[in-house]
Design a protein around this ligand. Structure first.
Ligand code: DP6
Length: 329
């Protein structure tokens, strides 16, 4: 018998200043604060129903029963919420994303933000936005940035309760577009969670962390001034620094594909022609291109024509994670 059911929808997000490396892997306390934009076009919807008759959590992700580590990760997160709510019942969890998982489009961000909001509501647990964000962080670090809306900042904090994201500006503040050039739909060989623990093995990690506070301040200022050029330069520098950390870890992580670099080269020539567009890359080969809404059609047309680009996903800024009325089951 179902004893509590809720559905939530959450956006993915694209970080302008990245999260890479944890100072506490178990709690997912990040080595640095980060900053991102929610993506209205890339969303996950999740329904959670607690059921006294279930022996263990049943998890279905994109139509497939989750097994092994994926199921365990969801169940561990559910345990946290059960513990806070004083609940013992297992739950049925059905989740659907409208974009491919595991390819550097932050599927875990939207997934754990939606799961947290749905599971808390289904468990009757009332939490503030900051508390929901901190809770989502325990499932996947970047998920904490998908709880508040629009442009968000994840404060690294002092500990569990103070490491959460808050909104810096609503979606309507700046009509940017994130245009993802998909060059691979394959699941990445090394996921972010294992990648984070390798960060400390790179001699460049400490150097990146030293410069992050200055980059964050400048990036926030550029964002609030809606200055794409100032923000784009910082975003690109941090993305490449993060990948330099990845590539110099032991063992090294090479997420780029040949098409990744080809897109960067093309984008530099478009910029030289007067088209303002900037890139960032997460833990995968796909490239996020950031531009103002007025230039989105032109950027899309150009990127679609590049060899190796399989698909193009365009997103305006998205709102906060929210409860929805229409359940998935
Ligand atoms: C490269 O949030 O996916 O996208 O906490 O282990 O789930 P876990 O890691 P995750 O890491 C994201 C890393 C990144 C950069 C970013 O999103 O800031």
């Amino acid at each position: 018998m179902e004893i509590g059911k809720a559905t939530a929808v959450a956006c993915s997000n694209v970080p302008f200043i990245k999260y890479w490396g944890n100072r506490d892997n178990a709690l997912r306390l990040p080595a640095n604060s980060s900053l991102s934009m929610n993506l209205a076009g890339l969303v996950t919807k999740t329904t959670v129903a607690f059921d006294q008759h279930l022996e263990r959590d049943e998890v279905v992700i994109d139509g497939e029963p989750a097994k092994g580590a994926a199921r365990a990760r969801v169940s561990t997160h559910m345990d946290l919420i059960r513990h806070q709510a004083g609940l013992r019942a297992a739950a049925r969890v059905i989740s659907h994303s409208n974009f491919p998982a595991g390819t550097g489009i932050a599927s875990s961000a939207s997934a754990f933000a939606a799961l947290t909001v749905a599971a808390c509501a289904a468990a009757g647990l009332h939490r503030t936005e900051a508390e929901l964000s901190a809770l989502a962080r325990r499932g996947s670090g970047s998920a904490c940035r998908s709880v508040p809306g629009g442009y968000t900042e994840w404060l690294m904090g002092q500990g569990n309760a103070t490491s959460f994201a808050r909104s810096l500006a609503p979606p309507a503040y700046w009509d940017l577009r994130d245009i993802v050039a998909v060059v691979s739909r394959e699941h990445k060989a090394v996921g972010s969670s294992s990648g984070h623990s390798l960060a400390v093995s790179s001699p460049l990690h400490a150097a990146r962390l030293l410069i992050i506070p200055a980059l964050l301040t400048a990036c926030k200022r550029a964002l609030l001034a809606r200055d794409l050029e100032a923000m784009g330069v910082i975003m690109e520098q941090d993305a490449v620094m993060m990948h330099a950390v990845m590539m110099t870890s032991r063992p090294p992580l090479y997420y780029w594909a040949p098409a990744t670099l080809a897109i960067i080269h093309a984008l530099q020539s478009w910029r030289a022609d007067g088209l303002p567009v900037y890139f960032t890359i997460d833990a995968g080969p796909n490239v996020h291109l950031l531009c103002e809404a007025d230039n989105a059609a032109e950027v899309r047309t150009r990127v679609q024509a590049l060899p190796g680009v399989l698909d193009v996903l365009v997103s305006p800024p998205g709102g906060p994670a929210q409860l929805a009325e229409d359940h998935l089951f």
